[in-house]
Write a protein that binds this ligand. Sequence first.
Ligand SMILES: [Zn+2]
Ligand SMILES: [Zn+2]
Length: 185
Amino acid sequence: MGNSDKDDLSLPVSPKVHVRIFLAAHGDGPHACWFCEEAVTRGDGGRWRAREGLTIHHLDHDQSNNALENLVPAHLGCHAGYHSGLRAAQKVEEARRKMAAARRRSTREAPELAAGIMRQIRALGRRIGDGDGGLSEFRRLKEAIKLAEGEAVAQLRSHGLSDSEIGKELGVSKQSVQERWPRSS
Ligand SMILES: [Zn+2]
Ligand SMILES: [Zn+2]
């Protein structure tokens, strides 16, 4: 595609050079807007009306590629709308990628986290056995684990897993999943 010559790019280039190139080749119009296909003409007396005025879009999105076949006419409004739509779509795609990365991270980190906590629980058992705490600490620990289990079950349900699938993971029946963690309406 034409103009990617280093010497051309290093020249001081007017921001409207692509418009001048298009007009020199095709005249003031009317032209068919690339986006809405309605007539678009260079404004009277060389003025550019804010929304309706003519602008030139780079088909390949490379602002430095001013090869004539890369330039198409457009209304200023249609052109601005196209580019802001592109940006919005890019933002949505970026957010989707970030969420997928966070999901991958959490499935990678959960087993490591669990292994660390299990080591700590065994260490706690030894400390309790040495007489620091008393067995009431274990009761509180069991309660905390039960709560964590309930949170995991609720989370799995929110991801659309059925109670029998959850039961299979835990090695218990669907019924005991439903008894232990009743679905709150
Ligand atoms: Zn248009
Ligand atoms: Zn454009």
